[in-house]
Design a protein around this ligand. Structure first.
Ligand code: NAP
Length: 265
């Protein structure tokens, strides 16, 4: 927050608002709570039984950019630690932070990189992913329970894995597997083998929690279709690790000296 914005909005409470729904957001909240920071974590409310972060938690949308801007009253710093594909929330965070003069950091884990032996095909959308797997017999869909409409017309058998029951329309020949990561490579190999999976579809979520499917696919010689991440808003600094974000938030919360903001990536 600039000094001008601080003086306009009165003294800061040192509160840090963490937009969450990811393992990194939970770890960041835990780290900041342990340091005595006043942390409010926000969840969208998509998952019926979410793993809750330490500290105070609110659930549900803010009501667009204007609602989030109103919620930033008394917030010293905002960390957008939502999933790399939560593009709407990320855009709202950038807009609300700009309007209110609230310091904003994007915490986003790096995407996955291919290793020798991987057979990866990159696409820009779920629709393109559906086209890419059209000739296959058995597809493992790990793109989450939303957006499955893109695959509704597939003739292939689809194994749909998600935390909560997926939203229709589903592919005509779908087997739903309800499960929450992390998964082991052995689990993933067993799932793929049991269903004769000959292609995997995933978003480029990054991180270790759901990476075992990539190793299993490599070991089984199964190709993977990866959906590229949406672009980040211009000018918002990005931290790749929880520790980097914690240092930034600790400083803005007033626990340590003012921050050296990471450069936009
Ligand atoms: P989205 O499309 O970017 O956001 C849609 C709307 O949901 C937002 O405009 C906002 O409503 C609300 N919202 C999203 N994240 C929120 C949060 N942390 N706190 C309060 N409201 C939130 O979001 P999404 O892709 O559906 O993701 C929803 C949640 O699931 C996020 O917390 C994200 O981190 C998590 N998640 C997403 C994915 C994925 O693949 N997209 C994967 C794993 C986890 P208002 O406009 O009313 O404020």
């Amino acid at each position: 927050m600039t000094e001008l914005a601080r003086s306009r909005r009165g003294p800061s409470t040192g509160r840090v608002l963490v937009l969450g729904g990811t393992a990194e957001a939970r770890r960041l909240a835990g780290r900041l709570v342990a340091e005595g920071v006043d942390v409010l974590s926000s969840l969208a409310g998509r998952v019926a039984d979410p793993v809750l972060p330490p500290g105070e938690v609110r659930v549900g949308g803010f009501g667009g950019t204007a609602g989030l801007a109103a919620a930033l009253d008394g917030v010293a710093a905002l960390v957008d630690a939502t999933h790399p594909f939560a593009a709407t929330m990320t855009a709202h965070a950038a807009a609300a932070a700009a309007v209110t003069g609230t310091p904003l950091l994007r915490l986003q884990r790096p995407g996955w990189t291919a290793q020798p032996g991987d057979d990866w095909r990159w696409v820009d959308s779920l629709d393109e992913a559906a086209t890419a797997v059209a000739g296959h017999r058995s597809v493992l869909l790990t793109t989450g329970r939303q957006g499955l409409a893109a695959f509704a017309r597939l003739a292939a058998h689809c194994v749909v894995r998600s935390v909560d029951p997926p939203e229709p329309p589903l592919p005509a020949r779908a087997t739903v597997v309800l499960a929450r990561g992390p998964f082991t490579v052995e689990d993933e190999r067993a799932l793929m083998t049991a269903h004769g999976v000959d292609v995997v579809v995933t978003k480029d979520s990054g991180g270790p929690m759901t990476a075992a499917k990539l190793t299993a696919a490599r070991q089984l010689g199964v190709p993977v279709v990866l959906v590229r991440r949406p672009p980040l808003p211009e000018g918002v600094p990005v931290a790749a690790t929880v520790e980097e974000a914690a240092v930034w938030a600790l400083r803005w919360s007033g626990t340590t000296r003012p921050p050296a903001t990471p450069r936009p990536r």
